[in-house]
Design a protein around this ligand. Structure first.
Ligand SMILES: NC(=O)c1ccc[n+]([C@@H]2O[C@H](COP(=O)([O-])OP(=O)(O)OC[C@H]3O[C@@H](n4cnc5c(N)ncnc54)[C@H](O)[C@@H]3O)[C@@H](O)[C@H]2O)c1
Length: 292
């Protein structure tokens, strides 16, 4: 750490591994963790983007090319965090792909298997090897990225939806086991976020982030589309000691997609000027003094 002032911030002196850390939500979280004082290992298949991000951030960042479907690779990146920075406080299991798409009757089994291998087995391997280090340490936080598709039909591909739901079940179960060891396990549900994954789906291709921003803006979930830094803020909270007693939870950072997704039909449009009560199919009572 020579030449750098001692880090301050909500994650000062903590060591984190971020899978899928070279792009999108993962890269946004790497930046946020680093800004909060953490040492961060970027674990991703994308060597060029991952190494560039580590070089930009400097001494407290490290890139390790990692394939989360490969147990040896996941084990190695956890060991690299311990070898370089001395411990492992935060494991963010975030790497993911859309994977198999299309009708269920035409889903190719090999595509389904890869989707499960990256999005669910990869998370399990991250949990397994993080726990190997965190148990003897007596502390740590595991955070995993799910999706609105885990809890809502019709917003994601079939296998993707299934494995994102699996992450929630896995995290709850692991949270119960690890609680006595002082280790927390939580899930974040990002909404539709402007990243390469979304650009691939809603714009002209993975690199068309401006197109993704415009397409998500038209969907009007909130005042503006979600960006990786918005999700990262939730992940920083879960990783920090502010959440010291928060475990086994699912935190949506989704502009209300899962919890407030409807069009608010009883409070807007024809009902906007009709505050009051309805009983038996008709309006009852006078408007209150504010409305009169
Ligand atoms: N963008 C969204 O709207 C959205 C919404 C809900 C959930 N998510 C989830 O958020 C996570 C991050 O997605 P994103 O939108 O930032 O996408 P992204 O494509 O920008 O980033 C995903 C990263 O994961 C890496 N990756 C893929 N397979 C890997 C493997 N086998 N091993 C290691 N790294 C691998 C990619 O190289 C990439 O850098 C994913 O789990 C995704 O399912 C995204």
């Amino acid at each position: 750490m020579s030449g750098e002032a001692a880090p301050t911030g909500r994650l000062a002196d903590k060591v984190a591994v971020v899978t899928g850390g070279a792009s999108g939500i993962g890269a946004g979280t790497v930046r946020a963790f680093h800004a909060e004082g953490a040492c961060v290992v970027i674990a991703d298949l994308q060597a060029e983007a991952g190494a560039a991000l580590a070089a930009e951030l400097g001494e407290r960042a490290l890139f390790r090319r990692t394939d989360v479907t490969d147990e040896g690779s996941v084990s190695d990146v956890v060991d690299a965090a311990v070898a370089h920075f001395g411990r492992l406080d935060v494991m963010f299991n975030n790497a993911g792909i859309i994977g198999a798409v299309g009708p269920i009757d035409r889903t190719r089994t090999e595509d389904a298997d890869l989707t499960i291998a990256v999005n669910l087995r990869g998370v399990l391997l991250g949990m397994k090897h993080a726990a190997r280090v965190m148990k003897p340490q007596g502390s740590g936080v595991i955070i995993s990225t799910s999706s609105p598709a885990a809890v809502m039909g019709g917003v994601g591909a079939h296998v993707y939806s299934a494995v994102k739901a699996g992450i929630i079940g896995l995290s709850h179960s692991v949270a119960a086991e690890l609680r006595p060891f002082g280790i927390r396990a939580n899930v974040v549900i990002p909404g539709a976020v402007v990243t390469q994954m979304t650009a691939d789906l809603v714009a002209g291709g993975a690199d068309d982030l401006a197109g993704a921003e415009a397409a998500l803006d038209r969907s009007r979930y909130m005042s503006r589309p979600l960006r990786p830094s918005d999700v990262a803020a939730g992940v920083v909270y879960l990783a920090s000691d502010d959440a010291a007693f928060v475990t086994g939870v699912v935190l949506p950072v989704d502009a209300g997609m899962t919890g407030a997704g409807g069009p608010s039909s009883m409070a807007a449009a024809t009902y906007a000027d009709q505050a009051g009560r309805r009983e038996g199919g008709r309006r009852v009572g006078d408007p209150g003094p504010e409305e009169a």
